[in-house]
Design a protein. Structure first.
Length: 271
């Protein structure tokens, strides 16, 4: 159901800084909108949580967005898109338009591939176990081979800025080496934290890295009717440790404004 909007901000949610890689793509093609970003740093990482936990965390965030007059929400998190989108859509059907990342982005990954080609997906454990990428790709072309790789640990490297750590490099290399032997046509960055690591990946394996957010941003632009803001603005909220969020974000996305701490156990109306 499409809801008519006026100057409502576009909401984005993720477990942490990863979702900023989606905000970056939206901002590139829609710089004149207002955005509200929520990083659920208290509950990070989502990739090792159950579908019930992820639904419960993200439902609270969407309720927060409703209070903030958001009408359009981009789930800037693959794990949430894989595990909780259907339930969230049902729950907020008359309040929010919700844009999921995998369902909107996966098809573009394979549009130029042919039968028998192989594509790899790097993602969190929960996303890999859901097989959501494989399902979405098979809807487009059932003859494409999909290798989904559990990259649990990559999120912590990004959130803790461990880019130069020897163990991080060795760990990343082990994941890259595991897909190299399949001669893949491209690797899908199936977690929004991974665009932060793409320069490291490229040094190890020079193949195409596909970021679904680029295509999702175009799909969102095509579907929303929010008028441009006269004074475009971005606001940032986290559930824990705003200082660490700013430091980790700045590697990729400079935040020059306040990062607000939200405690859902307190009354939301006081925020
Ligand atoms: N960035 C998110 C994703 O795209 C969540 C990562 C996590 O917290 O495990 O899946």
């Amino acid at each position: 159901m499409i809801i008519k909007s006026n100057t409502e901000p576009i909401g984005l949610l993720d477990s942490g800084v990863g979702g900023l890689s989606v905000l970056k793509e939206l901002y590139k093609i829609m710089p004149n909108k207002d955005y509200i970003f929520f990083g659920d740093t208290k509950n990070l990482p989502y990739g090792t949580k159950s579908p019930e936990q992820i639904f419960s965390f993200t439902k609270e965030i969407l309720e927060f967005f409703v209070q903030k007059k958001v009408k359009n929400v981009v789930i800037a998190c693959n794990t949430t898109s894989a595990l909780a989108y259907e339930q969230l859509k049902e729950c907020f059907y008359n309040k929010l338009n919700i844009f999921p990342l995998i369902q909107l982005g996966a098809k573009d990954a394979v549009s130029n591939l042919k039968d028998g080609d192989t594509i790899a997906v790097f993602a969190t454990r929960a996303t890999v176990n859901s097989k959501k990428y494989t399902q979405e790709i098979r809807k487009i072309n059932p003859k494409i081979n999909v290798i989904e790789t559990d990259c649990t640990g990559f999120v912590e490297i990004v959130e803790n800025r461990l880019y130069d750590d020897i163990h991080s490099i060795e760990f990343i290399k082990s994941k890259i080496d595991a897909v190299k032997k399949y001669n893949v046509k491209k690797i899908i960055l199936g977690c929004t934290h991974y665009p932060y690591l793409v320069n490291i990946f490229k040094k190890m394996y020079d193949v195409e890295y596909f970021n679904p957010a680029v295509f999702v941003a175009k799909a969102v632009k095509a579907q929303i009717d929010t008028p441009d803001s006269l004074n475009p603005n971005m606001s940032f909220f986290v559930s824990e440790n705003p200082q660490a969020f700013r430091l980790s974000a700045n590697v990729f996305f400079e935040i020059n404004t306040d990062i607000n701490l939200v405690d859902f156990s307190k009354n939301l109306s006081s925020i």
